[in-house]
Design a protein around this ligand. Sequence first.
Ligand code: KG4
Ligand code: ZN
Length: 393
Amino acid sequence: MPHEGKIRRQSSHDAPICKQAARYAAKGPGVSLSVLVLGIETSCDETAASVVSRDANGHGEILSNVILSQFDDHAAFGGVVPEIAARAHVEALDHVVQAAMDEAGVGFADLDAIAATAGPGLIGGVIVGLTTAKALALASGKPLVAVNHLEGHALTARLTDGIAFPYLLLLVSGGHTQILLVRGVGQYERWGTTIDDALGEAFDKTAKLLGLPYPGGPAVERAAARGNPDRFALPRPMFGRPGADFSFSGLKTALRIEAEAIAPLSESDVDDLCAAFQRTVTLVVRDRIGHALDRFRSEFPDLAEPTLVVAGGVAANKALRAGLDAELSARGFRLVAPPLVLCTDNGAMIAWAGAERLALGLLDDLAAPARPRWPLDQLAAPMLGSGHKGAKA
Ligand code: KG4
Ligand code: ZN
């Protein structure tokens, strides 16, 4: 639980408290200030930086949001190569930060803090971003906020839509598939997660298996739009089970067996397989989220407008969105989906999470570690065998 208005350090090292940190602490519990924060994101294959402001009432504004995708660097390999990613972050980050500062029209002296993703993610990239943020914080005498990447996703809807706590978050990307209860800044409960592959990973693997280009999600969606979803009957992992956990690796195997049985595949075979896959995952996600919505209702029966926020690249999928819409309106929930550029990895979500933490006096010192694994819900048991991207699961 965060302590409002107090400086909380996430490492035991006794670094001197900078002036700004003392200023926030001196304001006392519950008092927020207007803040301006630079955010840096390097945990996967986007090099990103952004300047965001948050006023004393909690309203946010994005002054700049610069994202350099390493898409071309990895396309030939059909996935993100960690060493290439880390090197590309080193080459690009100074320029991306400068561009974000220039676009915002601010100097380092104007900032109240520098925030960076400190995990979870590909450790080489995380180290590049966090070390750069530490160097900038040291050189400019500003406080550092070491942000959990998942918290960045979790809080984005407060920046874009100003929504109040508590709400439910469905995070579906290449690295994460989670349903989280968001009670407050730093207060999360994991209600569901994948026990194997992330949903985006399942889209990507399906695409690869069927000879479609990387990243697989958009390619599978395009093929699915042309296909017949009834031709293949695929299993629906976890469907109808209690709780809100996911599993996608068995579905991938079932699809492979169907594909091998009719190989060589024609274009319409590929379209039909994609249509079956997409419909199956949509049904599964609807079922899983339905359980979480029911639980949310029973835990917060008096909320006037219960809300589900979706984030992550897979949230771009129109069939999935339509399925979610139907499930939510049937249960009287509101769906909030930040614009896609803020749903996928970006610097603004890190700057915003930094601003929310700073407003509560939650700062870090220069010994803050880079963490390949960093669950938001520290009490949730790790899932066995949670995929090669399990670090983010
Ligand atoms: O959030 P994101 O940009 O990066 C991280 O993984 O952190 O998500 C990328 C994932 C990829 O797996 C990609 O295939 C998937 O999102 N994706 C989609 C769609 N667009 C992107 N999956 C299904 N349908 C889409 N239209
Ligand atoms: Zn992400």
